[in-house]
Design a protein around this ligand. Sequence first.
Ligand SMILES: Nc1ncnc2c1ncn2[C@@H]1O[C@H](COP(=O)(O)OP(=O)(O)OP(=O)(O)O)[C@@H](O)[C@H]1O
Length: 666
Amino acid sequence: MTSFVTVESLEKTFSLQGGGNYVALKGIDLEIKQGEFISLIGHSGCGKSTLLNMVAGLDLPTDGVVMLQGEQILRPGPDKMVVFQNYSLLPWMTVRQNIALAVNNVMKDLSAVERNQIVEEHIDLVGLRHAVDKPPDQLSGGMKQRVAIARALATRPKLLLLDEPFGALDALTRGNLQEQLMKICEESHVTAVMVTHDVDEALLLSDRIVMLTNGPESKIGQIMEVDIPRPRKRMEVVNHPNYYSYRSEIIYFLNQQKQIKKLRARKTTAIARHGLEKINLEIGFVPLTAAAPLIIAKEKGFFTHHGLDEVNLVRESSWRGIQDGIAGKYLDAAQMPSGMPVWLTVGGLGEPLPVVSALTMTRNGNAITLDKRFFDKGITTLAELKRMLLESVDERHTFGVVHPASMHNLLLRYWLAAGGVDPDKDLTISTIPPAQMVAQLEAGNIDGYCIGEPWNIRASLDKIGYTIATDLEIWDGHPGKVLGVREDWANTYPNTHVALVKALLEACAYCANPENHPEVQAILSQPQYLDCEMDYIGLGDGSHSTCDIKGSPRENSHPQFFGAGVNRPSRTEHLWILTQLARWGDIPFPRNWVEILERICKVSVFSIASRELELEDVSYSRGPIQLFDGTTFTAEDPIGYLNHLKIKHDVYMADIPLKAPGILAA
Ligand SMILES: Nc1ncnc2c1ncn2[C@@H]1O[C@H](COP(=O)(O)OP(=O)(O)OP(=O)(O)O)[C@@H](O)[C@H]1O
């Protein structure tokens, strides 16, 4: 990419009145191509205007540089025109005079006739011919902003900089002006940088959206390419197949920043008490029936019983929130899909991040739901689904899963592949947050999904979908959700880790007892937890024996919370997950898999906890894994197993170097 504007290692520190400094921006690197439209988005006060001001030359960085075509930007100038929210027009001049003033000042080399021609062209460009002789106080807000845009563009700047240009306008005017600006920028090939709070505005106008993290020391958290062809029309943009996922991505980013801000504000140093290194914990969960052990441990006092006096449950709407909270150290521990510890450890986020699991909190409780229209077509088996998929290859079919490392993704893929369907070639699998799955199915954006409860029961009770297979039919007894903590956290707080496992084990036993089910359902249904009707929460009490829209009974799969071997972590299971993640190209298969499993699977912590609770599970031994297609998986030859699979991606082998086990850095 040839860079037109270069922002390099930029830092901006403000001196505060009364002493001290505020580091608003730190480590900002950005390259902008000629003709690109860039939006800066982020929460209020994150430093968007500060960054724009430095590109405009209105302010200078404390460190680092900003360059335009290789020249350092040190002052403002007509090559970098700024449009502000408050228009900044001269009140005693008319529309024409306001535009002419800028043109006459900047384009002194041109003749008066040429300058007039440019002024008139730009009046027409923004559609203000009928108001050329009016002063600003006789113009609407939208008209004033059009004058400001015409004035900025008339001087033919290299860079057009816009600081929330439409923030003060009503929705209709705003929409019209956005479309005009888009047309002008497309036609004049101007390079533009715009600050905005409006996600839809950013998506409509931008080639790339730069998302800033919250301050102090705001950084670029993410840059999104908006790959929607130009020229654009609003309705075509909104109906573009990627629009929804772009939008969700930005909203996720902004929500995550809010969550991090909240957790940062609450973050205190570790409080040691009762012989535990830390009794104040932030624990992440996603609102699912399978979160019951965490919720019950909090509500029924199992955490406090084991000395964990200050546990705060952090509700995340997606597994990405959990993964980012653990990676960013905002969460001490979390409910995780059973593949997440392996996925994070081998580098699912890029860098290997060792995460350990000492407790399986649930098994089973998942199912594959299809849109009810497939039921009407008579599709009730995998073979029928395969026939339908292969007969309608022109229609792209999409299935939702909640995370690449979730058992839903792995089970769905395994099930499809065992039936001869290639989950990447014959359909599309998309990641969608759990709470959005039913709405996406109802809206027709997806054809089905594999997910935990209450979302399969809900689709069937609401007559939107039906269960075509439950996990009982694919791998009965598979690990569902596990407790995950960073390895350095586990090493820093070993006694706390054992106490946490003990509290959760007791909560698991409580959830498994049918006598407690009405109470557990009532607690889970509360707004701060699952926020749903109690009917949607199945705990194995026989009230949800059918899960299909036409009443053909199918045993529903409930999460299993406790029992012989249920909670003990298993190396073989983590190994199966490793093979499946490698099979579908998410990660290479680690040649050092023995070391990796040793680091992840903390049977020792589980054993201490269950021994101290005097549970019999300590001596439990697990057999090989039996899958529905007759395959038996053992830990003996994972590479041979991968080689024998017919439907798979190219599988790569690699050594995954893990840092030596350490303690949590401050
Ligand atoms: N001159 C200044 N002195 C001290 N602090 C400042 C100064 N200018 C900005 N800041 C601080 O720097 C941070 C970034 O401010 P900035 O105006 O760039 O944010 P923003 O993302 O544009 O916010 P908004 O969306 O609300 O306009 C804020 O915390 C702000 O208080």
